[in-house]
Design a binder for this molecule. Structure first.
Ligand code: MTE
Length: 313
């Protein structure tokens, strides 16, 4: 298949180090008490302290759409369910255990994760359902966390797991029960180490709302949105390709790689174009063409050289 080259993304990929350091000290100060700091004005200020970082030259999807049109099946199947049903999820205290094939396994407290070098990243987001958004995330490169645990030479993949709390997540039990829990996802280690792959802790300059995956979620902008696993509690380095929830649930429809590819249709709909949420025209003229790797081909296509991208969907 021939790769279409999208317009160059106008961006400096990496936030200058001086920003990291000033922001980091600000965050540490803000987090000083309990991480009750999350959600307080001091914390919000810390997240908005820098506005540099990776970006795309496109109109941002309004905050209200980003935080009210969601997929988070732990809270129900409808797009409005996560915002309506996630009020009881407690994002603090929180820990993320990183283990498996690593030299230094560790359970990270949220304070430590928020003290990572946070950056603003404006990314396109393309859902496998053929809608898309442009989202201003706040997060840090996943590779920065992996470096801290020192992956061993035989680690080839990274597996992720969402929290299981049926008492706080009504979709994990009873009537709305839909998927096997926990929600799980995976990346190849080189994908996970790519500078575009981030762990997001904020959106629109604030801590993540519960419906967007509080307090920490994965964002991999060249892949369909379902790879962006939310409310992560566990990350495991492994030598085997990890299971992923949608691949387990419907293997004929969703693969492990899930790279955005307009040439490989979903069995039930075309992936050639998409509806940008808030621009209207789901079926109409406003649909825009979907770009290979969601417009990030120049950065990531090299990860897949020699692979049959039609077979590895
Ligand atoms: N993570 C968990 N744990 N549960 C989910 O149902 N849905 C995925 C992904 N991460 C999901 C999840 C899907 S299908 C999409 S499109 C994105 O989250 C949506 O992210 P957003 O609601 O922040 O736009």
């Amino acid at each position: 298949m021939s790769l279409y080259r999208p317009p160059r993304i106008a961006a400096s990929e990496i936030t200058p180090q001086s920003y990291f350091f000033s922001r980091r000290s600000f965050l540490v100060a803000a987090a000083g008490g309990a991480l009750a700091a999350a959600g307080t004005p001091a914390f919000a200020e810390a997240l908005t302290a820098s506005k540099t970082g990776y970006t795309v030259d496109e109109t941002l999807t309004p905050e209200n759409d980003v935080t009210s049109y969601n997929n988070f099946y732990e809270f129900g199947l409808g797009k409005g369910d996560p915002a309506a049903n996630s009020k009881n999820l407690k994002p603090t205290p929180w820990t993320v255990k990183v283990d498996g094939l690593v030299g230094k396994p560790k359970e990270f407290g949220l304070e430590e994760l928020l003290a990572m070098p946070l950056e603003d990243r404006v990314y396109r987001m393309r859902c496998v359902e053929a809608w898309s958004m442009v989202v201003p995330w706040v997060g840090f490169p996943l590779s920065a966390l992996l470096d801290k645990v020192e992956p061993l030479g035989d680690a080839k993949y990274v597996a992720f797991e969402t929290v299981v709390r049926p008492e706080e997540m009504p979709g994990q039990s009873g009537y709305f029960q839909s998927l096997p829990w926990p929600y799980v996802e995976g990346l190849r280690l080189d994908e996970a180490r790519h500078p575009l792959a981030i762990l997001a802790v904020g959106v629109y300059g604030k801590t993540l709302p519960n419906q967007n995956g509080a307090p920490i979620r994965l964002v991999v902008p060249w892949k369909y949105g379902f790879k962006g696993i939310k409310s992560i509690v566990k990350i495991t380095l492994t030598d085997k390709q990890p299971p992923s929830t949608w691949n387990i649930s419907a293997p004929n429809e969703y693969g492990f790689y899930a790279n955005v590819n307009p040439e490989v249709d979903h069995p039930r709909w075309s992936q050639a174009s998409e509806n940008r949420i808030s621009e209207g025209g789901f079926f109409g003229a406003n649909r825009r063409p979907t770009l290979p790797f969601n417009g990030y081909a120049e950065e990531v296509a090299g990860l897949y050289s020699g692979m049959d991208l039609r077979a590895n969907y």
